[in-house]
Design a protein around this ligand. Structure first.
Ligand SMILES: Cc1ncc(COP(=O)(O)O)c(C=O)c1O
Length: 485
């Protein structure tokens, strides 16, 4: 298949195209307080929100990409015999020896075009389907006042259709399923196991395409907002009395028996869409590479997706180095962190304990080999955060204008530790990946501010003050607060 034809999301998803327009309005208004001021100003020049109409116009004007028929990709084993290949149109998730697969692009063909061409393509030509293109928030005040940093950014991947980064992968995967169904492949439905966000994205994209979807969810282990998403989108929702790892085992068995296409990140197509967030970040920085990228990790597909995006840009000459990748795990679900402390000598799956970062409560990550590979290639780091650390980090950063989900809290807590250890310096350029919208996790945030979480003091709790309808009482509260601030 032509990798940049209509399903081009598989390679360079169109969403990156207008990414430069997505710098936060704050950073548009103000020159960025980073090391290189002149460069920072240049990033902001011409950074203006474009209307959906103008994107559509651009799309209709765009001529087919010359030589795009030369582009192709295929599945190869992630490790092992790279001569074993499969068509991207095959329904296949594993290599002959049972290992993971990887999507391999013909880099020589892509390199026909020079880096300037690709940059121009991202900056001007590709048409978006409106996922991605997410805000790269300049965490100016949080960086400066809390961490003593001047170049801290938060990539808001949760500002998306279903409220998490999963939309980026799902557009690629569901587009491909749609294509295969049109080709007559007997795919009755798409299905996934989920900690909440994958199911939300799958159900929405499948519903938009008119494809039946089935989701396996661990009962009582996802947020209410996450649960209602696939219900509203008409999925068959199975709430199963197990954890995510149990749901994953079941969906793999079921998809081996029935013509249901597996949409978990075990399926390497998803990662092709997710890697576009890395390309967007580079574009948003005007092709300057951050020193560190911090990603909350559970099943560990996303860290490899980011690695692939950065690596692709390096291979094509758009940038000349890779960032150090940091995976942040909840202490209660930390199998990668444990392996990291052994220098990756030994990995053991664990039984993950409950965590407020419920979407990463995973003890047996499917993409463990991919993650270790990405970390080794980038001199990466793994850090962990306790429940108190992650909830405090999210709340403290919220006080500077964000609204973080607990997973982003894990990444922020990891950043704090790395900063305290001086591993990350005051002027290092750092991007924290915010993987979901905080509103999906309102329950735990409310509990934090209400002081209802056992064992957590709630250092940054800000409960509402209940006051009777009485002018004097209202004034008393105001005076007390104003005097203490
Ligand atoms: C909000 C959120 N953050 C982080 C992750 C972890 O991504 P991965 O499982 O690819 O490591 C997930 C995955 O479910 C998620 O939903």
């Amino acid at each position: 298949m032509a990798a940049l034809a209509p399903n081009s999301a598989l390679v360079f998803s169109g969403r990156g195209a207008t990414g430069a327009r997505s710098l936060s309005s704050r950073s548009i208004a103000k020159p960025v307080a980073v090391n290189d001021q002149s460069r920072a100003r240049k990033v902001n020049v011409g950074v203006r929100a474009s209307s959906a109409g103008s994107i559509r116009e651009q799309a209709s004007r765009r001529a087919p990409l010359e030589k795009s028929t030369l582009f192709n990709c295929k599945y190869v084993p992630f490790s092992g015999d790279k001569n074993e290949t499969y068509s991207i149109d095959d329904v296949i998730y594993r290599s002959k020896n049972g290992g993971l697969l990887d999507v391999q692009h013909d880099m020589e063909a892509l390199a026909i075009y020079p880096p300037e061409y690709w940059k121009a393509l991202f900056d001007e030509d590709i048409v978006s389907m409106f996922e991605g293109n997410s805000n790269l928030f300049w965490a100016d005040r949080y960086g400066r006042e809390v961490l003593g940093m001047n170049d801290l950014w938060v990539k808001q991947c949760g500002n998306s259709h279903t409220g998490s980064f999963k939309d980026l992968g799902m557009t690629a995967l569901v587009s491909q399923v749609n294509r295969m169904r049109k080709q007559g492949k007997p795919l009755a439905a798409v299905g996934c196991a989920s900690t909440g966000d994958t199911s939300a994205a799958l159900s929405a994209y499948a519903a938009a395409a008119g494809i039946p979807s089935i989701v396996f969810l661990p009962a009582d282990k996802i947020s209410l907002a996450q649960l209602v998403q696939p219900i509203a989108n008409g999925s068959l929702v199975m709430s199963i009395d197990t954890d995510f790892d149990g749901c994953m085992r079941l969906i793999r068995e079921v998809t081996a028996e029935l013509p249901i296409y597996l949409a978990n990140s075990l399926n390497s197509l998803r990662l092709e869409g997710q890697k576009t967030a890395a390309i967007e970040i580079l574009q948003q920085f005007d092709w300057h590479v951050p020193d560190y990228v911090i990603i909350p990790g559970g099943n560990l597909g996303n860290v490899y997706a980011f690695y692939k995006g950065f690596k692709m840009c390096k291979e094509l000459g758009l940038v000349d180095k890779l960032p150090r990748m940091v995976v942040a795990q909840a202490h209660n679900a930390n199998p990668l962190y444990r392996a990291y402390t052994t220098g990756f000598e030994k990995f053991e799956a664990i039984k993950a304990e409950p965590t407020f970062a419920s979407a990463i409560q995973i003890g047996d990550p499917v993409s463990i080999d991919r993650a270790i590979y990405a970390l080794k290639e980038t001199n990466g780091i793994v850090e962990e955060a306790t429940e108190e650390e992650l909830m405090d980090a999210a709340a403290e950063a919220d006080l500077t204008g964000m609204f973080n989900c607990p997973h982003t809290g894990v990444a922020l807590a990891a950043l704090k530790k790395l900063r305290e250890a001086q591993t990350i310096g005051p002027s290092d350029k750092v991007v924290v990946i915010s993987t979901a919208h905080g509103l999906k996790f309102a329950q735990s945030k409310v509990a934090y501010h209400a002081g209802e979480i056992e064992g957590i003091v709630g250092k940054f709790a800000n409960p509402p003050v209940e006051v009777k309808e009485d002018f004097g009482l209202v004034m008393d509260v105001l005076k007390e607060r104003l005097e203490s601030s």
